[in-house]
Design a protein around this ligand. Sequence first.
Ligand SMILES: Cc1cc2nc3c(=O)[nH]c(=O)nc-3n(C[C@H](O)[C@H](O)[C@H](O)COP(=O)(O)OP(=O)(O)OC[C@H]3O[C@@H](n4cnc5c(N)ncnc54)[C@H](O)[C@@H]3O)c2cc1C
Length: 500
Amino acid sequence: MQKKHAIIIGSGFGALGSACILGKAGWKVTVLEKNESIGGRATIFKAKGFTFDRGPSWYLMPDVFEHFFELFDEDINKHLDLKKLTPSYRIFYKDLNEKVDIYSDLKKDIPTLEKIEKGSGAQLEKYLDQAGYQYEVAKDRFMYKNYDSVRDFLTKEVATEGRKLSVFKNMDRYVRGYFKTEQLQKIMQYPLVFLGSSPYNTPAIYNIMSHIDFNMGVFYPQGGIYEITKALIAVAKKYGVTFKTNSDVQKIIVEDGKAVGVKVNGKELRSDIVISNADIHHTEQKLLAEQYREYSESYWKKRTLAPSALIMYLGVDKQYDSLTHHNLLFSRDWKENFAQIFDQPQWPDDPSLYICAPSKTDPNVAPKGMENMFVLVPIAAGLNYTEKQLDAYADKILATMEKEMDLPDLRKHIIYQKNFSVKDFKDRYNSYQGTALGLAHTLRQTAIFRPNNISKKVADLYYVGAGTNPGIGMPITLISAELLYKRIIGDKTSGPLKKI
Ligand SMILES: Cc1cc2nc3c(=O)[nH]c(=O)nc-3n(C[C@H](O)[C@H](O)[C@H](O)COP(=O)(O)OP(=O)(O)OC[C@H]3O[C@@H](n4cnc5c(N)ncnc54)[C@H](O)[C@@H]3O)c2cc1C
């Protein structure tokens, strides 16, 4: 019997996950990626002896990765040399001239927190108990389930669990109920940036992020994050998946209301189903004719977008002891900073920022004695700027890093610098308004309220990746691949796939 053929537009983790699953399920799969390399936001580039991961740098939720590889009878540890980072990360507070290391080990972390706020150790334990409980419930019942209608989502179970899971409180209020000092509140709230959200617009269910970070730990695959991409490509190839780079899809071909293929680099390629892993706004507005679009421009204008970012890839000709692998600098005025990203878009004048220095763990990503630094400043999606303005802002950030993160003369030691920001996100990934991550995880953009993974207007057209459920992040987009497969085979269960 002839195999069914799936075309996947884009090659991010959602696409790679789907390619592996459908390949194993006996489908012919073709992945079409517009860029020169496979992996979506998780690719690398090399310059002057440095190897830079372009996007993600935190390996979180190891259980999700492990489970995903087990579906293919693959031991993830045979693909990745995973190191648990110690400390997991370092926090710098502006003006306070102190560093706080978090180890994801309560024996070490409780005394650290107690020094900042008396009684906070016990509070942390309580907070994490609840976060751990919520994580398990969310994973078993909500994250790995497809929803078809609001009714389907708003079951009695959601109403009861929803109250227990603090779905209806925002993270800011929730965290204040546990911790009094701003310093600790910020530690509990910063992981929301991973979800492209703010503590003021995100339901408290996402305190599960602290379970992920404090209880599960932070890992690094030796060689860099791109090693995960390579591992997924290897699994997909084992099942015969074809990858085509420099393949910019211009159109999804619809006949009699069904997706029957795509137009790529001027040629038609036919298939039984089409799956788009590209930004959903781009897919709908650019690849589909108007009558097949589910959402209007005004729908998109009303969405809360995850931030864009100013990213600086820096090659530095010396190493700095003040840094560890992951480093966070928190803004003084937290609320104002989030407001300048989400509510009144402008260049943040007191930004939070993040530096990943993988050369602290991995000698292969920088020449000997040098530092590889990936700097990320969250900024509003859709910001306009000239290159001159961007360079000036980048220089201001570098000056802040020198002063606040104990990196004297950093600017004199930079031997390679590449800036990447809003316009680059648009150009490289066709990302709506240049958001780095997609739709923020507000309550109104979660579960049934997020774009679904199946088109209502076109048969045999599906979506996978950060734009649909469950949402943003490498492990989460692997879950979206499982949800897609469940959707295709009509599996309505909750919980991870047991087999393919
Ligand atoms: C700077 C940054 C830091 C991050 N940090 C972390 C982190 O530390 N940990 C973590 O877990 N996650 C992190 N993330 C989030 C994570 O990387 C993403 O959520 C995830 O990788 C997105 O996967 P995806 O499946 O949605 O596809 P994407 O990676 O978004 O890939 C979509 C692909 O579609 C392609 N495409 C678009 N249009 C077309 C077209 N017309 N034809 C062909 N191809 C097309 C694009 O080029 C792109 O390659 C980070 C993201 C960024 C940007």
